[in-house]
Design a binder for this molecule. Structure first.
Ligand SMILES: NC(=O)c1ccc[n+]([C@@H]2O[C@H](COP(=O)([O-])OP(=O)(O)OC[C@H]3O[C@@H](n4cnc5c(N)ncnc54)[C@H](O)[C@@H]3O)[C@@H](O)[C@H]2O)c1
Length: 425
């Protein structure tokens, strides 16, 4: 059976390793973080993902899955290291370049190399291939078969989507694409499409850019609706009854490490040609200020108002606060010249937020002037709305996610439906 060496054992690399191990491959997972290696070799995991713990334990117990700080000779190398952006929003491809340099001493003629990390267009051609060519590999003669196969899994369903999603495999040569597709065919039940590397790179980036632009459209509609006194949620609901329309939802902004980041990978390579993508990023990034403006208007007659924030993560039902617009809003209010008192409640976030105190529902709401809902966690959707009137000084709720049930005795405003918003007395 084939041997696979996976470089980077995070949210993508570890589930991928476990799934290939389960299919009977010999898998060596490599990470620079020694703590991760130690945890995995004991059959435990360092990240939360349903079904992952069992799969890793099964692989380690069966002797199919090992973790190491050093790569080893193998038939297939899969690179799943981070691709963050620098402060100026340009892509940092250095982790991918380093992972490519790291495997050089272990490469043998005929090996397949697959980059799964999300990468800017032409990274396979302009970053990965030159490193391999400099080491005297003839890639045009397919001495090594190099491809990009982007991941489109959603956290929470990774183990299922790794198997059932449709995959796009872009090869440096047609033979490379075919070889990589054959590797995935051993575990993937979805369709697998072969193309050239740059098309695979761009298709992944366009998926998230499409969502970013669509959300920007919904956010713009929310602002228009405020001006024209229309309910944007009803508008979206009716517009989406058209069989070919699917407008996403407005909200407090876009966060996380995919939708808010991937458009920059295209923008960086084609600045002049991407005014729409750039504008969409700006519109989504403007939403935290728009939310803060509504709070300012609501509380303009109050001295030192207390704001109870519900939800700090960047989306529903996750603990991930990376690039979260909710955190941006909380900090803007915390440092506001009006001297707001901020309390926060989030049933998922466990990490210490240093400057933002996490409280129970009751403590967060106690004596609050406004409850500001920033994540549509299931607990908020199911929350008894009478609690707002029970604990708050003035039961006014600004719901940026359209997830709170209305109830008598409270005043509910929504981003997208701010009709009648007036200062609290
Ligand atoms: N997390 C997601 O839901 C998701 C979805 C689609 C695509 N992606 C993309 O997949 C890639 C990986 O993302 P992730 O969420 O798994 O990242 P992660 O931060 O969870 O894991 C990356 C791992 O790589 C390790 N690493 C870094 N450099 C290394 C090296 N030279 N050798 C060995 N290990 C190294 C890090 O220590 C870390 O454990 C990124 O490009 C990301 O954009 C992620």
């Amino acid at each position: 059976m084939k041997k696979i060496c996976v470089i980077g054992l995070g949210y993508i690399g570890l589930p991928t390793s476990a799934i290939f191990a389960r299919a009977g491959f010999e898998v060596v997972g490599v990470d620079v973080n020694e703590k991760v290696i130690h945890t995995l070799n004991e059959g435990n995991i360092h990240i939360e993902e349903p079904g992952l713990g069992e799969a890793v334990k099964e692989g380690v117990d069966a002797g199919n899955l090992r973790a190491s700080t050093k790569p080893e000779e193998a038939d297939v190398f899969i690179i799943a290291v981070p691709t963050p952006v620098y402060e100026d929003k340009t892509a940092n491809t250095e982790y991918v370049a380093q992972a490519t340099r790291d495997i050089l001493p272990y490469l043998l003629k005929g090996n397949t190399i697959i980059v799964e990390s999300t990468i800017p267009p032409r990274t396979i051609d302009d970053v990965v291939a030159p490193i391999l060519r400099d080491a005297n590999w003839d890639l045009e003669a397919n001495e090594l078969l190099v491809s990009h196969c982007p991941e489109r899994v959603i956290p929470g369903k990774i183990m299922d989507e790794l198997i059932h999603n449709t995959r796009v495999v872009g090869g440096l040569t047609p033979e490379a694409a075919k070889k990589a597709a054959d590797v995935y065919r051993a575990v993937v039940k979805g369709d697998i499409h072969e193309t050239v590397a740059v098309t695979a790179e761009m298709s992944k980036l366009m998926e998230n850019t499409f969502r970013d632009v669509n959300i920007a459209l919904a956010n713009e509609l929310a602002k228009v609706s405020d001006k024209l006194d229309v309910n944007a949620h009803e508008v979206i609901n009716f517009a989406n009854m058209h069989p070919r329309v699917n407008i996403l939802q407005p909200g407090p902004g876009v966060g996380g490490h995919c939708i808010a980041v991937d458009p920059y990978f295209i923008i960086e390579k084609a600045k002049e040609e991407t005014p729409l993508m750039q504008r969409a990023r700006e519109i989504n990034d403007s939403m935290p200020s728009f939310v803060v403006e509504q709070i300012e208007e609501l509380t303009q007659l109050k001295m030192s108002p207390k704001i109870a924030i519900f939800g700090l993560s960047y989306k529903a039902n996750v603990d991930d606060v990376r690039e979260s617009p909710a955190v941006t809003i909380a900090r803007k209010l915390q440092n506001h010249e009006k001297g707001f008192t901020i309390t926060c409640h989030d049933p998922f976030v466990k990490q210490d937020m240093t400057d933002l105190q996490l409280e129970s529902v009751e403590d967060a709401l106690k004596e609050a002037d406004v409850a500001l809902v920033l994540a549509d966690h299931r607990q908020f959707k199911e929350m008894d709305p009478s609690l707002f009137a029970k604990y708050m000084k003035t039961p006014v709720v600004l719901d940026t996610r359209n997830c709170i049930k209305d109830h008598e005795g409270m005043t509910l405003y929504q981003i997208g439906h701010l009709t009648g918003l007036k200062p609290i007395e």
